[in-house]
Ligand binder design. Structure first.
Ligand SMILES: C[S@@+](CC[C@H](N)C(=O)[O-])C[C@H]1O[C@@H](n2cnc3c(N)ncnc32)[C@H](O)[C@@H]1O
Length: 340
């Protein structure tokens, strides 16, 4: 029989195939074309914008319509302008600009997305480039943009609200990279100093960045592989780890033991990482993040509250608290105290 009547509906899958990867690439393309810079605070027709940019109107128009569908532009009487989200995050000069962060996320996905079958069957991605890339200026900038755009203010707020915060004098930021978490905390307490610990080639770039932001005299940077080396013992009022604990997931017990050793009695450990089992965040986003992560050869991008609670208790931490970063995201903040 030539004509078979479908019994179920394949349309949603078909539109998913059409939408998903194209719409994200369309947004990146629009950022590269500086469309949001040109439409910030003014409304233009596709033809006027195309003339300004030297582009082809009939090709620009459907791109603008994707941006309307993504709630990044509005269209009124044929004129397009930025939505507040586009103005806040996609205009190059905006304090919370996310362009480099988006490029970074897409690059992470692109390392696996065309080889899924091969990687599920056991193929390996070459991780050298990704692992070495943390020190590259663009990667560091993208990572900083990601932090600034979402979690940084919440993590700083949580730290600044910890009991005794104004008596804190020293902090360590393990895997601190761009240094914004340390700089953000130090801004809240003028008597504090910080040390950023990261892999040696990254720590050198962290130092240059902290100097550039005016924190050169309050932040030290030190090359350290936390997998193989320990922090100085009993030195810190606060040890912060943002988006790095995943790498130690198979060995959380001894890792938390090393963190406890680095803290002064009564000092606080704060972690910020993704958790899958929150009610927040879409299932597709969670599953996609984990697929990319595992295919790229990393153990996981999630650490759950229950798992961490158990290990924190075994390592002797008390006063354990958890807070989501936002209502819609996957970020989970954890704070726990070493007994005084
Ligand atoms: C995902 S980035 C997180 C950067 C920053 N903390 C943030 O949340 O935006 C992970 C950082 O951990 C560092 N890192 C990875 N493995 C490490 C190790 N074994 N010892 C020290 N740092 C490590 C990387 O170089 C990178 O700077």
């Amino acid at each position: 029989m030539l004509v078979t009547t479908p019994q179920t509906d394949f349309e949603p899958i078909h539109s998913m195939l059409m939408n998903n990867s194209l719409s994200s690439k369309a947004i990146i393309g629009a950022v590269e074309l500086h469309i949001f810079d040109r439409l910030d605070g003014r409304a233009l027709t596709a033809a006027a914008l195309a003339e300004e940019g030297g582009w082809v109107t009939t090709r620009l128009e459907p791109l603008l319509d994707i941006l309307v569908a993504a709630d990044l532009l509005t269209r009124n009487n044929g004129e397009y302008t930025n939505t507040p989200v586009a103005s806040e995050f996609l205009v190059t000069t905006a304090p919370l600009y996310q362009g480099d962060c988006m490029a970074l996320t897409m690059r992470f996905a692109s390392s696996v997305e065309n080889a899924i079958a091969e990687l599920v069957a056991g193929g390996e991605v070459d991780r050298t480039e990704a692992d070495n890339g943390w020190a590259l200026e663009k990667v560091m900038e993208g990572t900083a943009q990601d932090a600034c755009g979402v979690a940084l203010p919440r993590v700083v707020q949580l730290v600044a609200g910890l009991p005794g915060f104004h008596d804190f004098r020293t902090m360590a930021d393990v895997g601190g990279n761009h240094g914004h978490y340390t700089m953000g905390v130090l801004e809240q307490n003028p008597d504090m100093r910080g040390t950023i610990f990261d892999l040696p080639h990254v720590a050198e770039q962290s130092r240059l960045r902290c100097e550039r932001f005016g924190f050169g005299d309050r932040i030290a940077t030190q090359g350290l592989d936390f997998r193989k080396q320990a922090l100085p013992a009993g030195q810190f009022d606060l040890i912060l780890m943002s988006h790095i604990l995943y790498g130690f997931k198979g060995d959380l017990g001894s890792t938390l033991g090393k963190i406890a050793d680095g803290l002064k009695p009564g000092g606080w450990f704060v972690s910020h990482h993704f958790s899958r089992h929150q009610t927040n965040g879409g299932e597709m986003a969670k599953a996609s993040l984990e697929l990319i992560t595992r295919l790229a050869g990393y153990p996981s991008h999630f650490i759950e509250q229950e798992e961490l609670s158990e290990h924190l208790a075994s390592a002797g931490f008390t006063d354990v608290r958890f807070e989501p970063v936002s209502a819609k995201g996957l970020g989970l903040m954890t704070a726990a105290r070493k007994p005084a």
